[in-house]
Design a protein around this ligand. Structure first.
Ligand SMILES: Cc1cc2nc3c(=O)[nH]c(=O)nc-3n(C[C@H](O)[C@H](O)[C@H](O)COP(=O)(O)OP(=O)(O)OC[C@H]3O[C@@H](n4cnc5c(N)ncnc54)[C@H](O)[C@@H]3O)c2cc1C
Length: 475
């Protein structure tokens, strides 16, 4: 019998499981996919929005500000990348400049720092701003992270404290049994006192298993270009002025590791799992970015990708216990800024739980995790000393990102370790560089096969169906 079962191992579910792991509770996280962070948490703009954008009086506004304030500390505690790059909101003309005043007033009320820059001041920092840009609001504390790294780190730490992660375990049905819920999965039925619905774009399906929803899922796709590390057209995140119709619009984002993202568009979807890029979507991204920026070298794109926003007919986050299903808590409609808000979303869920559940601190809980070895962050002396002790750190597997066999082995062996080529790519980045795995992928397949004691034919790229090798053609 579990105290709490969390459905979904995106940032909402993993951040909550990490924060809950300080208490004496039996918690399980169910994830239908074969890895953590496979939904919206995998494909987004990776920005820790500081909280000027959501409308006054919304849960989004409250949780965004509170969540963003916690991020730097969390990333430090869990050894995750956190890079303060600043965000420029670029106004084009008098009407948009007026909109900057609205954002500045919101920021004042919420204690979010900013500077108002003239075109000339902004140009000194960002010479590629287009001739349309007349004024800029600089939210200089805005940071970027590596979203799946934070989700994986939270899950790893929670599991070390006793939380169970059940991968490949879709929730297929929920029934009430006395004071408990029975959660049906292909791997058996789990009995639990509380259920948290953190299933992203599939949250309505989960909600409908216990009650009728008064909102509906309206998933929206966002597509991006990823530019090579050796072109850096911007230093700050460059936003257009947000609007009701287009949301935050098409941005340029410097990533933690020196690539630039250009995107996203925002198109409604019939199929909530359709995460392919489209000719039309990318054409829209190309056309839109030219409003705020010149000289974006889209010919230096090394990849395109799409993410799906778990939007609903509610314009706000929904984080509440259901009136007609006690002890069932929704964390749904977690669209942007869901990533930035996730620490505060977790706090809100914990405060709802605390109304009917006794939360006793576990003095043995350790909310950190073992620091991963990152060769790129070490001095030559440190590296040499490590390689002398563990030669696998001297064998470079990914030439583009300079990732060693030792780093790959470590990310397989850690709690909640990688089991797929994409899982390794998400954790330690072989395949993220210019060749996109062209050189290192066969080696990664063999390392995974050897480490897991399986045939290379059984190593998948990402989902269970993403077979890499069909059959042997030479003996
Ligand atoms: C294009 C785009 C850009 C964005 N940019 C930003 C940004 O810059 N900053 C920001 O703060 N936010 C951003 N967001 C929003 C942010 O990504 C989301 O709010 C956040 O990732 C939602 O996390 P989640 O855990 O709620 O959902 P998800 O990450 O989607 O996780 C839900 C999980 O539930 C699992 N699941 C579903 N059904 C079941 C089932 N039946 N059984 C078991 N498991 C199930 C899924 O496989 C998935 O892993 C962006 C989103 C998109 C798509």
């Amino acid at each position: 019998m579990y105290d709490i079962v969390i459905i979904g191992a995106g940032i909402t579910g993993t951040m909550l499981s990490w924060k809950l792991s300080r208490y004496r509770l039996k918690v399980a996280v169910l994830e239908k996919e074969n890895d953590i962070a496979e939904g919206a948490t995998m494909a987004n703009s990776a920005i820790v929005h500081v909280g000027y954008d959501p409308e006054d009086g919304t849960l989004k506004a409250e949780l965004n500000v509170k969540g963003a304030q916690q991020y730097e500390g969390i990333c430090k505690q869990l050894f995750c990348a956190y890079k303060t790059v600043g965000a420029y909101i670029a106004a084009c003309g008098a009407e948009e400049e007026q909109q900057l005043r609205v954002l500045a007033a919101r920021a004042d009320a919420r204690g979010v720092p900013y500077r108002l820059l003239s075109r000339d001041e902004a140009l000194k920092e960002e010479p590629n701003l287009s001739e349309n840009v007349t004024q800029v609001l600089d939210f200089y504390t805005t940071a970027v992270i590596y979203p799946w790294e934070v989700a994986t780190a939270c899950m790893e730490s929670a599991c070390q404290n006793g939380t169970e992660l059940h991968l490949n375990t879709p929730c297929r049905g929920i029934t009430k049994d006395g004071d408990c819920y029975l959660i049906k999965t292909p791997n058996g039925t789990l009995r639990t006192r509380y259920v948290i619905n953190a299933a992203g774009v599939h949250a309505e399906e989960i909600h409908s298993m216990v009650a009728k929803a008064d909102w509906h899922a309206t998933p929206r796709k966002g597509e991006y270009y990823v530019l090579d590390q050796d072109v850096s057209p911007i230093r700050h995140i460059i936003f257009p002025v947000p609007s009701k119709e287009k949301g935050k619009g098409v941005l340029a984002i410097p990533t933690v590791y020196g690539n630039t993202l250009i995107g996203p568009n925002s198109d409604f979807l019939d199929d909530p799992d359709d995460n392919g890029t489209t000719v039309d979507g990318l054409a829209y991204v190309r056309a839109s970015i030219s409003k705020t920026l010149n000289n974006i070298p889209l010919n230096r794109s090394i990849r395109t990708f799409a993410g799906i926003r778990p939007t609903t007919t509610s314009s706000d986050f929904i984080v509440e216990e259901l009136a007609d299903a006690p002890h069932f808590i929704d964390a749904v409609s977690i669209e942007s800024p869901g990533l930035a808000s996730s620490p505060a979303i977790a706090d809100k869920i914990i405060s709802i739980l605390a109304e009917s559940l006794t939360l006793t601190e576990n003095p043995d809980a350790d909310l950190s995790r073992r620091k991963p070895v990152v060769l790129a962050d070490m001095t030559a002396e440190e590296r040499n000393a490590l390689i002398a002790k563990e030669p696998a750190y001297g064998r470079i597997i990914c030439r583009c990102e300079q990732i060693s066999e030792g780093e790959i082995l470590d990310c397989i062996r850690r709690p909640c370790g990688a089991r797929t080529v994409k899982g390794i790519k998400k954790r330690v980045r072989p395949g993220m560089g210019r060749c996109q795995g062209g050189f290192c992928e066969p080696k990664v397949v063999h390392i995974l096969a050897e480490e897991l004691g399986i045939s290379p034919l059984d190593v998948v790229y990402d989902s269970e169906k993403s077979i890499i090798l069909e059959s042997e053609n030479r003996v």
